[in-house]
Design a binder for this molecule. Structure first.
Ligand code: ZN
Length: 261
């Protein structure tokens, strides 16, 4: 599942392939942008902002995408075989040296660079961004003291980059029941520090681990309904959470290691 580390890595790979390169092919397969053609334009750079990706073309335009649940970007040699079916491609950008393909992008639009702030400016401090600010993230989290920590961590307006896997694992590592109100989380500072540490540790690798173990069990509770909590073996509870702000997402926690208050 794409989280901030996945998107950061995608931006890095795309930037490596596209920065300062002239586009020889541009195919945006979204009806609204079917006539967009940046062929002949030079890509300025590619950056991630939380779980959003901005491909800046020339000095005026940005291709703004979000991977949502299934999306991914691949970079191939110009005539390389694609590892996903072509009908799933939503954006194709070619240069003389490579071709970048965005598959199943849950969100894709073309905006002016001047509109970037409207598009992603609402996001909280980006865990993997140059502007990361733990204090600001804490201020935003604490601004809604009654909100369950498991939801507050997912809200990208508080801090940007945490997805469903990390929010479950972070609550586990903090020993906190995910429905605990933010105001009653005693180690909130530590949780924010840990979120930064986990994303940093995983940003260079495609295998995500919160246990530090890349060869065995990589997660403590996420997806472990059958196998049980990695620490104590207690059956992991799988439920769904969401509120008026966030869509329902599957939540995993260990009722023994993360007792309710
Ligand atoms: Zn446990």
């Amino acid at each position: 599942m794409p989280e901030g580390d996945t998107v950061w890595r995608a931006a890095r790979e795309l930037n490596k392939a596209l920065q300062d390169k002239v586009l020889t092919r541009c195919d945006v397969r979204v009806p609204r942008y079917a006539t967009v053609d940046f062929t002949g334009e030079t890509v300025q750079n590619v950056v991630s902002r939380g779980k959003h990706l901005l491909i800046r073309v020339g000095t005026e335009w940005s291709i703004h995408s979000h991977l949502k649940m299934e999306g991914l970007w691949h970079v191939y040699p110009p005539h390389g075989k694609w590892r996903r079916p072509a009908f799933k491609a939503r954006c194709i950008l070619g240069t003389a040296d490579s071709i970048a393909v965005g598959f199943e992008l849950g969100f894709l639009r073309v905006i002016r660079q001047a509109e970037e702030d409207d598009a992603v400016g609402y996001l909280g401090p980006d865990l993997l961004g140059p502007d990361w600010d733990a204090e600001e993230a804490l201020v935003r989290l604490r601004a809604d003291p009654y909100r369950p920590i498991g939801l507050a961590l997912l809200d990208q307006r508080n801090l940007a980059g945490i997805g469903n896997v990390y929010r479950c694992e972070l609550c586990f590592l903090a020993g906190v029941h995910p429905l605990t109100p933010v105001s009653r989380v005693t180690n909130l500072v530590r949780m924010v520090e840990l979120s930064k540490k986990l994303l940093e540790a995983n940003k260079f690798r495609s295998q995500r681990a919160t246990t530090g173990n890349l060869r065995g069990d990589q997660l403590w509770v996420y997806g472990r309904t059958r196998r049980g909590c990695l620490r104590c073996g207690t059956p992991v509870v799988r439920t769904e959470t969401g509120d008026s702000e966030l869509e329902l997402r599957v939540l995993y926690f260990c009722p023994h290691c993360q007792p309710p208050l």
